[in-house]
Design a protein around this ligand. Sequence first.
Ligand code: S3P
Length: 429
Amino acid sequence: MDLTVPRLRSLRGTLRLPGDKSISHRALLLGSLCDGNVSVRGFLPSLDTLATLECLRRLGVRIDRKGPDGLVVHGSGAHGMREPGDVLDARNSGTTTRLLAGILAGQPFFSVLTGDESLRGRPMRRIVEPLRSMGADIRGRDADSLAPLAIRGGRLQGIDYTVPLSSAQVKSCVLLAGLFAEGGTTVREPAPTRDHTERMLAYLGGAIQAAPEMTQIQPSLPLVARPLHIPGDISSAAFPLAATALLPGSRLSITGVGLNPTRTAFLDVLERMGTAVEAHGVKETSGEPVGRLTARHAELRAVQVGGADIPGLIDELPILAALATQAEGTTLIRDAAELRVKESDRLHALAVGLARMGAKVEERPDGLAITGPSLLRGARLETYGDHRIAMAFYVAGLVAKGRTVLADAECIDVSFPGFDRSMKAVGRG
Ligand code: S3P
């Protein structure tokens, strides 16, 4: 489906965003390991999270939808799942594949995890190796590096594992397998990544000890059923916040948004670029900080990001690249080769699309150099079926001269159903 970017001169008002994608996946997965019913509010009903929901149903977990963003997950503890009658389809979702694989490694049955073409091209050796060293029998295509993954789970032993790259999905996979293992499991990571799994495990009574860059877990199933309230997704908020910074006269509030410090690096980058986003009324809900953000238009300057900045910004790098086209100076994004193995090769997709709009952009093996400000012109753009590329180009299209059309824009529903509607709701033409 083609989507034409609307003409919006400024954004004004207040938005409430759909639930956090990472936390919604975890609510389903951890909820199914509880000792009873877990009621969930603020669930994100997107293509990715619904893939997790369908996989769990296929594993025999009962999940009832309650209205647009409510759920009841009927947890059945450590041994409630049964062998699925067919393959489990994670569709476009890396989080579904990698986190669910950790749980399946602990199940005494055979299962196969697969997904769409993009997912079947994404690296899986990063989870196959630690799960094997815990004792799981797990195989995949291309010498065990790609999905479909065939898993025969069973008895696992705890390990002390250092994740070679910073990945919350890999860390979470090993921690979830650790719930089923004999003895304790320790996961160390080179730089801190999002800690939603750790927070939710602690909230649901899991025996977990988290310190920066090192987490320990003891087998502690079943988890204790408690209600979960999921905040709005700060990675979705990044797009209207960026549009607010770019469009003169804009002032926007976003309420009920998750402000977990492992996810807020983009707000620090916006501040370094010259626009402070203020947080108000922060309180903790179901183990996660939540609050309201207020942003306004500003003239932007270039910024450099790399190293330990990257894990906290990983999903915001596409929108940062779009912002950089309007910032004074050369923005450098380094140490971000992981972007090449996301839902698309995001470095390439951004370089091609932004250049087509007239931006000065250089693609590097591990990042981008973007010199601004440049006058963008509207264009027809490939989104590569990648939700964050589509939304980043949408925001670039708002400041471009002429019409911007996004191909395959339905991919936006992977994380932010109603994105175009939300933008128009606060947009002034
Ligand atoms: C996620 C972790 C990140 C992120 C993805 C969601 C998660 O992936 O990019 O959108 O929910 O744990 P990696 O672990 O591959 O960095």
